[in-house]
Write a protein that binds this ligand. Structure first.
Ligand code: A3P
Ligand code: MG
Ligand code: MG
Length: 371
């Protein structure tokens, strides 16, 4: 009985709920901005090559190629896809951005409240409108900065285990579209006859402010529009991603219901993802069920909230992102260095913070970063 009481007390001590439902943010009062996200600034970049090796240079930057011909077959080469080693990615957690931080000495005099990847911020932002997938985040505090890492929820692990061949093929379509519409060498046409490799990526490290919180986040970006080779000096001088484009694919819309779903779910996610890094243009390849693209359409990121009007509010997303970061910070402010916890949410449930048990150090940061 004594142990039971003790355990219960520990449980009580280590859990707290965010007081509002994320869905409360869909109320009209949240359609007006409480805070803003400042213009994202590019602090630097890095490349991951075919083997997933980190390089602090532009070797994996790709250039947008617009003169594609139709129909474009996205099914080709599915059997030769080089899949990303998801286990390695999960183990490495924030390592890439941490490596970048270590290498970037000028950054030492800037402090950030949060360090994470853009995908995590996108996930948080769209929560008020999400009714299918929950999320789970590990947070750790180190020298007044909070490091955030998105974990797989149990539901997501199950979903990934049960992907059918057709599901995997649909994921491949997006990758193949990138290969048709971009090239690694600005003076060469895209090469579409060799395997798609998911390990190769080019990432930008962005800084921004939401309310009073300073954020630093890594983001994989698809390609840049340029008619000559871009150098590191040119990119460093520019500081924004105004010349970058985001590539997407989507199934051709045939009826009003599909159109509503496209605006309600897909455009919201597309907008949040590109808005967070200041990419002004999204190129959508309209494909059929079998991966045949018949046309391409450009969406201006800034025009997307207008298309989703009546279905979602970008301001509500920004307000929620700010408030949930505030909640995480308030919880971690009570903790010591390298202590932390998890923040978890499932649709129609409250957001819960669970502190790591006392004397347990978080595994989000590797030794070499702390030392
Ligand atoms: P589509 O989004 O066009 O389907 P991104 O658009 O973020 O640059 O991602 C590029 C492609 O990677 C996606 O293209 C999709 O094929 C694949 N992809 C990205 N996130 C994924 C996820 N969570 N599950 C499956 N595939 C994903
Ligand atoms: Mg991408
Ligand atoms: Mg893309």
């Amino acid at each position: 009985p004594y142990e039971d009481t003790l355990m219960q007390r520990n449980r009580e001590e280590t859990r707290s709920a965010y007081p509002e439902s994320p869905y409360a943010y869909t109320a009209s009062s949240h359609a007006i901005p409480k805070v803003t996200l400042s213009q994202p600034c590019m602090e630097g970049f890095y490349s991951k090559n075919l083997l997933g090796t980190f390089h602090s240079d532009l070797r994996c930057l790709r250039y947008y190629y617009k003169d594609v011909s139709f129909p474009m077959n996205l099914k080709i080469g599915f059997e030769t896809l080089k899949v990303k080693d998801e286990e390695k990615t999960k183990q490495e957690k924030l390592n890439d951005i941490l490596k970048w931080i270590k290498a970037k000495e000028q950054l030492n005099n800037k402090t950030f409240n949060f360090v994470c990847f853009r995908g995590l911020l996108t996930t948080l932002m769209v929560t008020p409108y999400e009714n299918r997938e929950g999320w789970k985040i590990s947070a750790v505090k180190y020298k007044d900065t909070i490091y955030l890492w998105q974990e797989d929820t149990e539901e997501k692990k199950k979903r990934l285990q049960n992907l059918t061949l057709k599901d995997k093929e649909m994921c491949y379509y997006g990758r193949k579209f990138e290969q048709y519409t971009s090239t690694g060498d600005v003076d060469m046409l895209p090469t579409t006859d060799h395997p798609v490799d998911e390990n190769e990526e080019f990432c930008c490290v962005m800084s921004s402010k939401i309310g009073n919180f300073r954020l630093l986040y890594g983001a994989e970006v698809d390609c840049i529009t340029a008619n000559k080779k871009v150098t590191a000096a040119v990119l460093e001088k520019e500081k924004t991603l105004k010349d970058f484009v985001e590539l997407k694919t989507s199934q051709v819309i045939k009826n009003i219901k599909q159109e509503r779903n496209f605006k309600r779910f897909k455009l919201l996610k597309w907008w949040a993802q590109s808005f967070l890094v200041g990419i002004p243009k999204i190129i959508c390849g309209w494909r059929n069920h079998d991966g045949i693209v018949s046309s391409v359409e450009e969406f201006a990121t800034s025009a997307i909230p207008g298309k989703g009007k009546d279905l979602w509010s970008g301001n509500a997303c920004i307000n929620f992102l700010h408030d949930i970061l505030h909640f995480i910070k308030a919880e971690l402010d009570n903790l010591g260095d390298l202590e932390g916890g998890t923040i978890e949410w499932s649709p129609r449930r409250p957001v819960m913070f669970k502190k790591l048990p006392r004397d347990t150090k978080s595994s989000v940061l590797p030794h070499w970063f702390i030392e």
